[in-house]
Ligand binder design. Structure first.
Ligand code: PEP
Ligand code: MG
Length: 570
């Protein structure tokens, strides 16, 4: 038996046989090829077949499409292709070796830049390289076949490999490495596959057919568990299934505290494939539509009609449930498309979101027009702007929106003149000036993922310093409280759409602060609703006052635990 604790990535308890995938030892042969011409034609044929295998029309979700587009972009990079050509012509490498060497050259350059964002991009490059190598070796692009219900145990998993897995047999995913914000994490959550990452040497100890018990909520996994542990996991699976079924029954109940304080629970989505989950979990609207994921697929950017169609369909399908809040493109940072001219040393603090959009006005204009058109379909569309750092920036963006509205009026394009406008609060300078920003908008939505990262100066994707990523840090809570109070003073709505909103244990604090809305992933909504229905707003407000007098995250966490034991635990 081997037991490991890693990071819970996607919730769910599962017991199933292992299918093991280890990438080491797949050995590309290194032979000197005198006939470079022949190697070049081998490469060229493999290249064509690899590209055609990445046909986006085969993708079954927006995330998958984005992934295939990203791989196509990687495989079309001219520097990468030149390096392969040079390896074949000048160094006389055979085709597979030439690809392997070029891939490793770029991937290891990125690896050296650090964990998190860069190591994830290195893994993307290796992914693209493997597709080419597979094609050269003629194994090309055959799906990684699971033949029965299995938990995939791997040292790491490339996004293209995930896309090729037979999802009907994939019951869980255990990886030796990986972070919460990696592409694989996003894909497994959106496909609702339980996942645990960062399990160390787990895959070394597993073999095909080993029994694996895993829990994606608590981040634990066991190989060939002893009887006692196996029964413990069986209980967890049963309990999780029962709890899900129980929670589902409450989907139609209001999220209201025992003393009548009502909160609107909404859903975060990245594309149309999130709408059904939002509806079935009882979401009262979309609190965050991360539009940039669609924009990272060139097909959407190049065809304005496609974007119009998606926005309008989202609004139509959500009508009767609640508003759809389109966040304008948060392009930049770790969400970059080749050819956008974004290549920065410090992209997270760089040219992103409204900073990028205000310099790319045609792109921005066309998105604003699409959102305005969607607002005419059903008057429940809201728009909000990401990464606003202060009032000057906000006012510039708002005046551009006014300009676009005037153009629409002139062209006779109908839109909702009363469409609500909001700003995200995810930069500390915006939080500190929330009282000023509130004068210019109808609502404010706190993006805690970035707000925490910028307040504590801790990269949200870097596992090495994840201990510093503390939602309960007093500095973070004081900022959040200030934003809520500022919004309330000015009679504006305030919501939270960062991951913190979906963590049920923080609800006493969020309810006590008085949020009007909380927006989260679909699977968090039902549990949040259950917790809210057990809480008493009056006690939560008093508790917040106490929490704000505490000196650090550790004491706040302890106080929260004590409070939750007293109130609000099912
Ligand atoms: C946030 O920063 O909290 C947020 C919701 O935006 P994103 O996670 O897309 O950066
Ligand atoms: Mg953000």
């Amino acid at each position: 038996m081997v037991q490991r604790e890693g990071i819970g990535i996607s919730p769910g308890a599962v017991i199933a046989e292992a299918a093991v995938l280890r990438h080491s030892g797949t050995g590309v042969e290194h032979t000197v090829a005198d006939d470079s011409g022949n190697e070049l034609s081998v490469f060229s044929a493999a290249y064509d077949s690899a590209l055609s295998s990445l046909d986006t029309s085969l993708a079954s979700s927006d995330d998958e499409k984005a992934m295939l587009m990203m791989l196509q972009t990687m495989l079309s990079d001219p520097d990468y292709l030149n390096q392969i050509d040079e390896n074949i012509r000048e160094r006389k490498y055979n085709a597979a070796w030439a690809v392997e060497a070029a891939t490793e050259k770029y991937a290891s350059m990125l690896d050296k830049l650090g964990d998190g964002y860069f190591s994830e991009r290195a893994s993307d490059i290796r992914d693209a390289g493997y597709i080419l190598i597979d094609a050269i070796r003629g194994e090309a692009l055959s799906a990684f076949h699971l033949t029965k219900p299995s938990i995939l145990v791997a040292d790491y998993l490339l996004p293209s490999e995930f896309l090729r897995l037979d999802r009907s047999y994939l019951k869980g995913l255990c990886l030796d490495g990986g972070g919460k914000t990696s592409h694989i994490a996003i894909l497994s959550r959106s496909a609702d596959i339980p996942a645990v990452f960062a399990l160390g040497d787990f895959s070394i100890h597993a073999s095909n057919g080993s029994i694996i018990a895993m829990d994606g909520k608590y981040g634990t996994a066991v190989i060939d568990p002893q009887r006692r542990i196996l029964s413990e996991y069986r209980l967890r699976c049963d309990a999780a299934a029962k709890a899900d079924a129980e929670l589902q029954k409450e989907a139609g109940l209001p999220a209201e505290t025992t003393d009548g304080f009502r909160i609107r629970l909404m859903c975060n989505i990245e594309g149309l494939d999130g709408v059904d989950g939002a509806i079935s979990s009882g979401a009262e609207g979309i609190g965050l539509f991360r539009t940039e994921f669609l924009a990272l697929q060139k097909a959407y950017l190049e065809d304005e009609g496609k974007m119009d169609h998606v926005y309008q369909e989202a609004v139509e399908r959500m009508s009767g449930y609640g508003p759809v809040t389109f966040r304008t493109y948060d392009i930049g940072g770790d969400k970059v498309l080749d050819g956008m001219g974004i290549n920065e040393e410090n992209p997270i603090l760089g040219w992103r979101a409204v900073r990028f959009c205000m310099e790319n006005k045609e792109l921005f204009r066309s998105q604003l027009v699409s959102i305005l058109k969607a607002s005419a379909v059903c008057r429940s569309v809201r728009i909000m702007f990401p990464m606003i750092s202060g009032s000057e920036e906000l006012c510039e963006v708002l005046s551009f929106l006014e300009e676009v509205k005037s153009e629409c009026r002139a062209k006779g394009i109908p839109f909702d003149e009363n469409m609500e406008i909001g700003t995200m609060i995810e930069v500390p300078s915006a939080a500190i000036t929330a009282d000023v920003l509130a004068d210019h908008v109808d609502f404010m939505s706190i993006g805690t993922n970035d707000l925490i990262q910028y307040t504590i100066a801790v990269d949200r994707g870097n596992e090495k310093i994840s201990y510093l990523y503390q939602p309960l840090h007093p500095a973070v809570l004081r900022l959040i409280k200030y934003v809520v109070d500022s919004a309330k003073k000015k009679g504006k709505k305030v919501s939270m759409c960062g991951e913190m909103a979906g963590e049920a244990e923080y609800l006493p604090i969020l309810v006590g602060m008085g949020f009007d809305e909380l927006s989260m992933s679909a699977h968090s909504i039902l549990e949040a609703k259950r917790r809210i229905r057990l809480l008493d707003k009056g006690s939560c407000t008093q508790f917040v006052n106490h929490v704000l007098s505490l000196p650090d995250a550790v004491s706040i966490e302890a106080a929260l635990k004590e409070f939750s034991e007293q109130y609000g635990k099912a």
